[in-house]
Ligand binder design. Structure first.
Ligand SMILES: Nc1ncnc2c1ncn2[C@@H]1O[C@H](COP(=O)(O)OP(=O)(O)OP(=O)(O)O)[C@@H](O)[C@H]1O
Ligand SMILES: [Mg+2]
Length: 272
């Protein structure tokens, strides 16, 4: 099951922002995405509750850091938001389930130092050492008018951490999250440059399993059969709200309009 986890020791660096945007992008391409939340703040739950019914469906799952962080049966593509400060056993648990870990890094030396510590710990874990869990950094809110991008990418290269470029500070993220949306759900005329900056991140995730495969087609026998879902009791079925700010279908990527619903297990869909 392709799983991407957003991890950082530092709070407020952009984990949840990355999680919502990644989930929404891949939901638009037709993947049956589940957005998992290991953070007691439950930002993902808040965001999913605000998500308009017209937006591509994303299932929600609330995991428990104290026990297993492994998602229930039936989840096929997982985007996992985590709390700040992960280290030790909690970090090892996340690395056990993640195929890829993204570390958001903001522009200050404190952020880089904190991310260095996180990477130093991650690279000692067996699944990272043996190449089953890939780790990369993404710059968050780096000011394009300064040399912040240059400094941060040089820092990543100096510690052998894959660098996927950066996302600038933009109010479009703030506006999107208010409405349960991602920048991929917003009209192109307000997101042009911000969308372009996502390309390396999305390409890297595609390389690591976030692509449509025949396995994503739900076997007919499983559709609408909650009785077959052993551990699904903690999948929260979230209500939907209407929001006119959603991009029209014509503005969505073609794959999305080709019917993501066909691929989303009925039991994972929020009720309308
Ligand atoms: N590229 C960006 N441009 C503008 N604002 C941003 C950007 N990325 C994140 N933010 C804002 O920064 C704040 C912190 O982001 P976010 O909640 O994603 O961080 P976090 O790492 O999940 O925090 P926490 O550790 O508390 O869970 C939010 O208000 C978010 O809207
Ligand atoms: Mg968060």
């Amino acid at each position: 099951m392709p799983t991407v986890a957003l991890v950082s020791r530092k709070g407020g660096c952009g984990k949840s922002t990355l999680a919502t945007n990644i989930a929404a992008y891949f939901a638009r391409t037709g993947l049956p995405i589940t957005l998992g939340d290991l953070d007691h703040q439950q930002s993902m739950r808040v965001w999913l509750k605000r998500r308009p019914s017209a937006a591509p469906t994303i299932a929600g799952w609330v995991g428990d850091m104290q026990s297993s962080v492994r998602p229930p049966l039936g989840v096929s593509h997982l985007v996992l938001d985590t709390p700040g400060g992960l280290h030790g056993l909690a970090l090892a648990k996340v690395a056990m389930v993640a195929d890829v870990i993204l570390i958001p890094v903001a522009g200050s030396v404190f952020d880089r130092e904190s991310a260095s510590d996180c990477w130093a710990e991650l690279r000692t874990l067996p699944r990272v050492l043996n190449g089953r869990c890939h780790v990369a950094a993404v710059g968050m809110r780096l000011d394009r008018r300064t040399d912040a991008e240059e400094i941060t990418s040089a820092w990543a290269s100096s510690i052998g951490l894959t660098w996927l470029g950066s996302l600038r500070s933009s109010q479009v993220y703030v506006r999107a999250v208010e409405n349960g949306l991602s920048i991929f759900d917003m009209p192109p005329n307000v997101t042009g440059m911000d969308i372009e900056q996502w390309q390396p991140v999305l390409d890297w995730l595609r390389q690591h399993g976030f692509v449509q495969s025949t396995a994503d087609e739900v076997p007919a026998a499983m559709q609408g059969s909650p009785s077959r879902l052993g551990g699904m009791s903690n999948v929260r079925i979230l209500p939907r709200v209407k929001n006119p700010a959603i991009a029209s279908p014509a503005e969505a990527p073609a794959a999305a309009s080709r019917g993501f619903a066909r691929f989303v297990p009925r039991f994972l869909r929020p009720r309308g």
